[in-house]
Design a protein around this ligand. Structure first.
Ligand code: PMP
Length: 352
């Protein structure tokens, strides 16, 4: 607390990111990063961009990158926005589209950044309960609201909502913006991008952090009706015109271009996910259905805190949320086959 803080600063409860340990080498299954490196073509493109042009500002419109993404998803360039990670885009969207006079809606178990943005922008919110299997119930989203955000697949549960359910939410809320946060969509779900032509209030947000192995580059994208994209640009250009630097632009263009590398690594991650699930069942774990690059697991006889501590002592980091409804669960990112074998063996030892 400082007397120099504004009232707003004093009232914030900031998001706490997963640990990036500096003390020793862990098997890192705690922040949903990709275990595989970015495409070699990404590294090459970034290296080539390390040149004298760094004295110049980057392209504030990120034209080449938006063109690539538009082409990839068969959209027009004015339907695509890019930003410094999808977190930044979500923040712009909260500020740009959500109304402070009515509560915004999101599931009670969800990405913990949403309430943080709501607070930052003076928005109120109401949470809608997921069921005991963490299924999001679309019928709940029929109450008056100032906007909606749902991640699909959800985090930290990994559960995917079929597009028919999403359509129920969209049909019931044509007057407000509905954001679908698709950070994990490439690991098994269908994107809502196909609904953009039909719903001018739909904003789909994605990231290169997970399926393109670029969490360190900070690049996210949003797709939607051109008026929503223009709204995001109005916010961005009232905040920072150069959210993506020259290296990020070069690397992310190369990442979108290397389709075969992307397919190969996402296929490996999903195959490892299924193998891990099969290995955890015989030692008593309950695993929530996952279409993401992580799993949400619980053990009937062991506390999640005990499992977390046991893993950490064995050099393995996972994520534990000490919050109501999920404090008996662990969120475990999918690593390489070798890392997951070590993880399963450690779990076997801890549960005895
Ligand atoms: N949405 C969800 C649901 C996430 O889990 C994350 C990763 N923490 C993000 C958005 C943000 O990802 P990034 O800013 O790296 O694009």
């Amino acid at each position: 607390m400082s007397k120099y803080w504004s009232k707003l600063t004093a009232s914030l409860v900031p998001y706490v990111p997963g640990e990036q340990p500096k003390d020793q080498r862990y098997i890192k299954l705690n922040t949903n990063e990709n275990p595989y490196p970015p495409s070699p073509k990404v590294i090459e493109a970034i290296q080539a961009a390390v040149n004298e042009d760094l004295r110049l500002y980057p392209d504030p419109t990120c034209e080449k990158l938006t063109e690539k993404i538009a082409h990839y998803y068969r959209l027009t360039e004015d339907q695509v926005f890019v930003g410094n990670g999808s977190d930044e885009i979500l923040a712009f969207a909260f500020q740009g589209f959500f109304s402070p006079d009515r509560p915004i809606l999101f599931p009670d178990i969800t990405y913990s950044f949403y309430p943080v943005y709501a607070k930052l922008y003076g928005l109120t919110y109401e949470t809608l309960p997921v069921d005991e299997n963490f299924k999001v119930e679309p019928e709940h989203f029929r109450i008056p609201n100032g906007g909606i955000i749902v991640p699909n697949p959800n985090a930290p549960t990994a559960r995917y909502m079929p597009l028919e359910s999403l359509r129920i939410i969209l049909d019931a809320n044509r007057e407000q913006v509905v954001i679908v946060d698709e950070a994990y969509i490439d690991f098994g779900g269908d994107s809502a991008i196909r609904y953009i032509a039909e719903y001018p209030n739909l904003l789909v947000v994605q990231t290169l952090s997970k399926s393109r192995s670029l969490a360190g580059l900070r690049v996210g994208m949003a797709m939607g009706h051109k008026d929503l994209i223009e709204g995001l640009n109005r916010i961005k250009n009232s905040f920072n015109s150069y959210t993506l630097d020259r290296l990020a632009l070069a690397g992310s263009i190369a990442a979108i271009e290397d389709q075969s590398y992307f397919e190969e690594t996402t296929r490996k991650v999903t195959a490892t996910r299924e193998r891990t699930i099969q290995a955890l069942k015989p030692i008593g774990f309950r695993i929530i259905e996952s279409q993401a690059n992580f799993i949400f697991i619980t053990h009937p006889q062991q506390s999640a805190q005990h499992l977390f501590d046991g893993l950490r002592a064995r050099g393995i980091l996972v994520r534990f949320f000490n919050k109501p409804r999920i404090n008996q669960f662990l969120r475990v990112s999918i690593g390489t086959d070798e890392e997951m074998e070590t993880f399963v063996a450690a779990m076997g030892q801890i549960v005895g």
